[in-house]
Design a protein around this ligand. Sequence first.
Ligand SMILES: C[S@@+](CC[C@H](N)C(=O)[O-])C[C@H]1O[C@@H](n2cnc3c(N)ncnc32)[C@H](O)[C@@H]1O
Length: 399
Amino acid sequence: MNFRNQFPKDHAGITSGTFDMVAKTFRGLEDVLAGEIEAIGGSKIRKGTRVVHFSGNKELMYRANFQLRTALRILIPFYEFRAKDDNELYTGALKFDWSALIRKNMTFAIDGVLNSPYFNHSGYISLKVKDAIADQFLKKTGKRPDVNTADPDIRLNLHISDDRCTLLLDSSGESLHKRGYRSGASPAPLNEVLAAGMIMLTGWDRKSDFIDPMCGSGTIPIEAAMMAYNIPPGIYRKQFAFEKWTDFDRTLMESIYNEDYPDSSAFFQITGSDISPRSIKMARSNAKNAFLGKKIDFKISPFENMIPAGKGGVLVANPPYGGRLKQENLRAFHVKLGDCLKKNYQGFTAWILTSNLEALKFTGLRPDRKILLFNGPLECRFVRYNIYKGSKKQNRQLL
Ligand SMILES: C[S@@+](CC[C@H](N)C(=O)[O-])C[C@H]1O[C@@H](n2cnc3c(N)ncnc32)[C@H](O)[C@@H]1O
C-alpha cells in the first residue's frame, strides 16, 4: 500500500497525485473488473478475492465511481497501524487527526471487516474506532460528531487483517449497484453489478441480438443496453460520497459527466420477456427511468413462446430459484427450458445463472463452461450452452 500522507490536513492530502484505491466487487467478477479498471487508465492493478487494488489520481477515482459497471464501491486506504487488542485499536485510531476529514456539523459512519485472530466481532471493532473519533472531537471541541449510518457525510471502512488495521475512505457512498434507475423490482431482482458482470462474462460483441426470456424487472436487458449504448452507469446517480469532501472538484466531475461517450451503431436487438405482466410493467418503467425505453423490446410471454427475430446471438437467463419453484415443477420447468433452447435458439449462446445445477441437468443440454458466482449468499453457477442444430442431449435421468 502506498500511504503517501498518513496525517493529511484534509481530503486533498489523500487525493493529491497518484494514490492507491480498492474496488470492491462480487466473487467471480474480479477479472472483468480488473479489465474495466485498465480500460479507464488504472495502474498497478492487482486482483484479490472480491477486490481489485489499483492506483490512479483524483480524476481516475471519479471515473471509477462513474464508469465502472462491476464495482460495488471504491475505497481509499489512508491510515494504517498495528493492534492486537481493543486498547491498541482505540489508541491507534486516536492518533489520527480526525478533524482533517470530518468537519464541524458533518456526520460519519464506520463499517468493519475482520480477518484476524485478535478480534472476533466486526461490529465491535467499528464501535471502538467510532469511540476514538468521538472522544477526540469531544476533547478538542466539547462536542461529539453525529453518527448517521443511513446517509453519513463521511463513510469510513476499517479492515483488520491479522494485527494490521487499515482505515479507508469510502468514495462511493451508497453501493454503486444502486444505479438510480430502479423504481420497482420483481420479487427476486438481480443485483445490477452482478448482471453487468454476467453480461461481460458472456463476451457479447454488441453486434448480435441479446435476449433475456425471464427478465423480471429488466435488470439484465437494461444493463446490456447501457453497455451497448455506452451509457456510464453513474449517470443516473444523484450523488457520490466524494462530492461531500472538502476537496471536491466540481469542474472536473462535470467534465467527466459531460464527456462524449460515443454510441456504437446498433445492429442488434435487445429483448426482455417474462411470463408476469407485473414484472414487464416494472421492467418498462425501469428502462424508461434509464432513458432506454425505446432501446429494449419488452414482451409479456412464457419463454417457450418466445421466438427470436434474428439468427443467433446471446441469451442470458436468471430463472426462478428452487425455493420459488416447487420441487415437482422444477423438473418440468427445466425440461421445457432445454426443449425451447434447442428448438428456438439455434445459433445462440445461452447462459443460465442457477443455484441448482442438479435441476439444470433436466434441460438435457451439455454445458461447455461453468463459472462460480454468488447471488447474495447463494452460491451459483453461470453455465454456458452453445446451441446448434442437433445440440447434444444428455441423459435426463441424472437425478
Ligand atoms: C429470478 S426472477 C428474474 C429476476 C430478474 N433477473 C430481475 O432482475 O428482476 C425469475 C423470473 O422468471 C419468470 N418466469 C417464471 N416462469 C417463467 C416462464 N415460464 N416464462 C417466462 N418467465 C418466467 C418470473 O416471472 C420471474 O420474473
